[in-house]
Design a protein around this ligand. Structure first.
Ligand SMILES: *[C@@H]1O[C@H](CO)[C@@H](O)[C@H](O)[C@H]1NC(C)=O
Length: 153
């Protein structure tokens, strides 16, 4: 699988698994199962350990202009191309990745984000660490993705 195909899957696996291709409503529940699907897609060498290099693979395809950084606009366009209803959630996710808040994802942002995922700092994000992190994100932002339509503008 190319990086491109794999990146698309990072988010799209959620949609396809849940049959959301044409649905007006995104349903990420059960959150822990959705997060586990994302883990399995992201752990490209299938060693039950999501590594720092694998995090780079996740983000490289969002860099559509090849600038070496992923802007907030690039990321949002990428996500909303297939799921327009995820516009606001995409912003929340981006801001979670963009640790220094400068609207450009760069190596230091990925280092800091990986450190957040890797709760015990052993260089390996386990399925438990990954699922725990993402379940919190899904729960905290339920108002942005948990209801069909109706998020206004
Ligand atoms: C998700 O949570 C349910 C209920 O606690 C549990 O039965 C299931 O095994 C969990 N799945 C994963 C992937 O953690």
């Amino acid at each position: 699988m190319s990086n491109g195909e794999f990146i698309m899957m990072y988010f799209l696996v959620v949609c396809c698994l849940l049959g959301l291709s044409s649905a007006a409503q995104i349903n990420f529940k059960p959150y822990n199962e959705t997060a586990m699907s994302m883990f399995l897609t992201s752990d490209t060498d299938h060693d039950a350990c999501f590594e720092r290099t694998e995090l780079d693979h996740v983000f490289v395809v969002y860099d559509t202009d090849g600038s070496g950084t992923v802007s907030r606009h690039e990321y949002t366009v990428h996500i909303t191309a297939t799921n327009p209803e995820l516009h606001d959630f995409a912003h929340v996710l981006y801001d979670d990745y963009d640790l220094d808040g400068d609207h450009h994802l760069e190596k230091h942002d990925y280092d800091a984000y990986f450190a957040k995922l890797d709760a015990d700092s052993d260089g390996c994000v386990t399925p438990d660490e990954f699922v725990n992190y993402w379940t919190v994100i899904f729960v905290a932002n339920e108002h942005l993705h948990g209801h069909g339509g109706g998020h206004g503008k």
